[in-house]
Design a binder for this molecule. Structure first.
Ligand code: ACO
Length: 329
């Protein structure tokens, strides 16, 4: 077999909708308050897609920014992988819609569904396609319109989620830059703790499924909470061990942005000080697969990290799924 190439991130981009929904706005919608949301979760506001916006339109906006950042055209893209649990529709894939919006006519397209871990899963796939030489330029897009599957009458979940998109261009790079290692995990036996049960082959859409509010996110938050920090810390140690890197060499931890207390616990278990942890959940809430993609794009844009920086992305979500990606820019 030919020698493997080193795949790395050569461009990033992000998009968030204009509309801001604050905790004060939510106080008028459900029985909640800013103090509870801030202290229990850490979110102050989130973005909500406008009526005409979709996962693919936001994903295409983030993708255009990532392509511009990488200095490449849509025509050069060989493959588009979209990570989402809120596709434009069950099929065609959201990646196909993004291809059409970009005019990336040479690209193969598919979606990855790994809930909040979707961006990490998609990066792992992109890395392998580039490393083996099968594709030269892979566009990874993580985009979510969670506002469309949020039950705005359920205070347990309504305060948590938002809409956003992030994207990254993956190409062969010269070491020491590149994706150094990835680690992926899953536990399907815990699926019902975090799910959207309606609309698939198990519960096809019917008046009954809609009346039972089965097309909204359902989460046993405190059960999920128990697993999230430990799984993320586990992924961190696995990926670091694979790469032969120690935690103190990491410049920035980019964790899935679901809950400040989960992030703090994961950082503590991984023995990483909070100064090295990227946080933006106060501005955007939990945007599932998009959180880590948006955070990486923001951290690069704001020069929090730059060429040579060692970034550790880690996530946990429905499935359960979890995973980490160690990346030198
Ligand atoms: N405002 C005020 N009170 C509330 C609210 C609210 N918005 N939501 C819940 N409460 C109440 C509950 O009703 C409960 O009241 P009770 O004691 O009278 O019954 C009390 O607060 C405590 O509820 P818990 O659910 O035990 O609160 P907890 O501290 O666990 O926080 C939260 C809930 C924020 C959901 C937390 O469990 C969490 O972050 N879980 C993990 C989320 C996560 O990581 N998800 C992963 C990815 S998401 C994805 O894959 C799409």
């Amino acid at each position: 077999m030919a020698e493997l190439l080193t795949a790395g991130v050569v461009g990033t981009g992000m998009y968030v909708p204009e509309k801001v929904l604050t905790n004060a706005d939510l106080e008028k919608m459900v029985d909640t308050n800013d103090e509870w949301i801030t202290s229990r979760v850490g979110i102050k506001e989130r973005r909500i897609a406008a009526p005409g916006e979709t996962t693919s339109s936001m994903g295409a906006a983030a993708a255009r920014a990532a392509l511009a950042d990488a200095g490449i055209t849509a025509a050069e893209v060989d493959l588009i992988i979209t990570a989402t649990i809120t596709p434009d529709m069950p099929w065609p894939s959201t990646a196909c819609f993004i291809q059409r919006a970009l005019g990336a006519t040479r690209a193969a397209c598919f979606d990855v569904e790994a809930a909040c871990t979707g961006f990490v899963y998609a990066l792992s796939l992109a890395r392998n396609y580039v490393a083996t030489g099968m594709y030269r330029t892979v566009l990874v897009v993580a985009a979510e319109t969670l506002s469309r599957i949020t039950d705005w009458e359920d205070r347990n979940t309504a305060v948590l989620f938002g809409d956003a998109a992030g994207a990254a261009v993956i190409k062969a790079v010269a070491p020491p830059a590149g994706i150094l290692a990835t680690h992926l995990g899953a536990d399907g036996s815990k699926g019902e703790l975090l799910e959207m049960p309606g609309g698939g082959s198990r519960h096809p859409t019917s008046h009954e499924t809609v009346e039972a509010r089965m097309h909204f996110i359902r989460m046993k938050g405190n059960e999920v909470f128990k697993h999230a920090a430990r799984a993320m810390a586990h992924s961190n140690s696995e990926v670091l061990a694979k790469a032969g890197i120690t935690i103190d060499q990491v410049d920035l931890l980019i964790p899935h942005q679901a809950n400040m207390r989960i992030i703090e616990a994961a950082a503590r278990l991984s023995k990483l000080p909070m100064e090295k942890v990227y946080l933006n959940l106060m501005h955007y809430g939990n945007t599932s697969a998009a959180t880590t993609a948006v955070a990486l794009a923001e951290a690069r844009r704001d020069k929090r990290v730059g060429p040579g920086s060692l970034c550790l992305l880690v996530a946990f979500g429905g499935g359960f799924t979890w995973g980490a990606c160690l990346l030198r820019l």
